[in-house]
Design a protein around this ligand. Structure first.
Ligand code: ADP
Ligand code: ADP
Ligand code: ZN
Length: 213
């Protein structure tokens, strides 16, 4: 099963992708997590990605596509994966589509998590992330058991540099311009499914399970 998560920054793609990955035993592949791990480890890739991420801009397609194709070529992705944050542009979607076609394969589901922009800006200020394991929390909606500490690995939680209000606004603009057209792209391929992302995360997940079967 190969799944793409669509939706604005903060719509809950990562939250749902992690639940899908656990339920269906497939890897959760997040380009944002890969970039953040590289930033943390001080790699050249991390340095380059950070210069775009801090401004709320997209990392160039060429670099992002290379990272993603490397990742999905790994053994654990053989039986499927859930992509979170990729593709984010039409050229990225086209490359993925071409690579899958070469393998006689395709994306089975593109799940669009719908949340209005007004909710997004409020949500992001409350997001807390664990850079060690990729877990995500929300100070009100999805609090960790112990304030500021990751439930899963015990590391300190951070407010992401790019979750500041000004950067979020730019990310939303970039989303509408560059990423939203993917909804039509996957609709045209007959694999688009929409879910309401404004309800409780567990309810969103129930609705996704109904789609995936
Ligand atoms: P969110 O989950 O809030 O949407 P991500 O973790 O997916 O954020 O992405 C954070 C940042 O990483 C993006 O704003 C962008 O700069 C970069 N990024 C992640 N994935 C991609 C991608 N597929 N193409 C270009 N840039 C990306
Ligand atoms: P994305 O990967 O789309 O950027 P995340 O999964 O990181 O989004 O979620 C963004 C923020 O909103 C996080 O703080 C997360 O805990 C919280 N969140 C996720 N889903 C919901 C939901 N259904 N209702 C309220 N808050 C949510
Ligand atoms: Zn953690």
């Amino acid at each position: 099963m190969k799944i793409v998560m669509l939706g604005a920054p903060g719509a809950g793609k990562g939250t749902q992708a992690k639940m899908i990955a656990e339920q269906y035993q497939i890897p959760h592949v997040s380009t944002g997590d890969i970039f953040r791990a590289n930033i943390k480890n001080g790699t050249d890739l991390g340095k380059e990605a950070k210069s775009y991420m801090d401004k709320g801009e997209l990392v160039p397609d060429e670099l992002t596509v290379r990272i993603l194709l490397d990742r999905v070529a790994q053994e654990d992705c053989k039986n499927g994966y859930v992509l979170d944050g990729f593709p984010r542009t039409i050229p990225q979607a086209n490359v993925l589509d071409e690579e899958l076609t070469k393998l006689g394969d395709k994306i089975d589901f593109a799940i669009n998590v719908e949340v209005p922009d007004e909710n997004i800006v409020k949500r992001m200020g409350g997001r807390r992330a664990c850079v060690a394991c990729g877990a995500t929390y929300h100070i009100e909606h999805v609090p960790p058991k112990k304030e500021g500490i990751c439930d899963k690995c015990g590391e300190a939680l951070i407010l992401r540099d790019d979750d500041k209000e000004e950067t979020v606004k730019n990310r939303l603009n970039v989303y509408h311009e560059m990423t939203q057209p993917l909804i039509d792209f996957y609709n045209g391929k007959g694999v688009l499914k929409e879910v309401d992302g404004t309800v409780d995360p567990s309810v969103v997940f129930e609705n996704i399970k109904k789609i995936l079967g």
